[in-house]
Design a protein around this ligand. Sequence first.
Ligand SMILES: Cc1ncc(COP(=O)(O)O)c(C=O)c1O
Length: 429
Amino acid sequence: MDSITHRPDAEFLDPYSKGLPPTSRVTADTIGSQGWNIRRGDTSTPVAVLRTAALDANVDIMRRYCEAAGVSLAPHAKTTMSPQLLDRQLAAGAWGLTAALPAQARRLWSFGARRVLLANEVTDPAELHGLCLSLDKDPSRELLFYVDSVDGVRIAEDAAEAAGSAGRRLAVLIELGHEAGRTGARTLDEALTVAEAAAKSRLLDVVGVAGYEGTIGHDRTPETLGRVDTFLTGLRDLATAMAERGLLRPGREVIATAGGSSFFDRVTAILGPLGAEGFRVVLRSGCYLIHDHGQYAALTPSTTAEWALPAFRPALEIWTTVLSRPEPGLALVNAGRRDLSHDAGLPVPLAAWRKAAFQGAAVDLMPGAHISALSDQHAFLRIDPASPLAVGDLVALGVSHPCTTLDRWNLLMLVNEDYDVTGAARTYF
Ligand SMILES: Cc1ncc(COP(=O)(O)O)c(C=O)c1O
């Protein structure tokens, strides 16, 4: 089983990391024994908090889902790029890790992970060279990446040749795209032309097909689900056509991969039958681990009637402090666009708490509380003028789309359900 063997947990954390109290000299290993509590106000704010009960639940739900559906998981590591969190996913049986960039792939190898699915084209010879060197450095490492053009095949082949290591072949997946989507050949015929070019290569192994349905839509209306299903059916047809035409490298395990965190139920429904044709079906969901209070809360398959497991739970909260209540219905808290996602909706206030220094109790945010705007370092919290929320109180915010919040943090506090800090996860974006 793959695992993270190099966790920089014993290194001192940057004492200026957001969330650390002033003058902290701690490591990720020792942070959990400081006796800090978020609601008591022991950390500085803003602070990014991961509720470990939700993380544990989400890891376990996805493990059980994949087992029951007979599919594998290579969670997208770009969501967290955190060795501590990736380790949990690998320990729960993930088949490998997904990366979006060559630098992420090299980073994952530096953590000790072995199998990396680079879910992208690599068309920079220097990057390909770097990947070849990393593979040569440790033969236990594995890489799969995408091609969607004959030019891409040629560039990969030239780079493999230039890197020149005897016997090493590069494993490629033929990517199918969808109209108005991102990368990926747009038609079955175009994809087969790429597959034929790659199959003739002396240095490339064609090991399957790849696609991404998450860019098709951001709702679960019948129309969007219909388009998702049509796309995935095309991907399945491509896999079958490549097998029939002998374009897959004999003797290698073959892969069919798709699946973010919104429509992975459709991926298992439509690509699942490829299992009987010898393909390993690999999901690449990443956000399920953190989940959210917005886009994914609405889109996750765990909201559907067919879902037979517990629902995914939001793990991430950004705790902030009220700086000012300058108008009756307005509070300003100390986190903004530098700390919070806003690409898929504004953050939502979840709870408020009066710090121990003042009273140590929950504060009623009252109905209708919402964030109306963000500036770089402030959020505008609209509240009922009668709300008892006061300057100095803590406000917890949930986000929509975890990736673009996590990007803004290099340190995440792990907390239990009482908000005791039990550890830390570092990120390496
Ligand atoms: C190619 C690809 N695969 C998988 C994923 C993971 O999807 P999600 O972030 O919904 O978990 C993404 C996310 O952007 C992606 O771009």
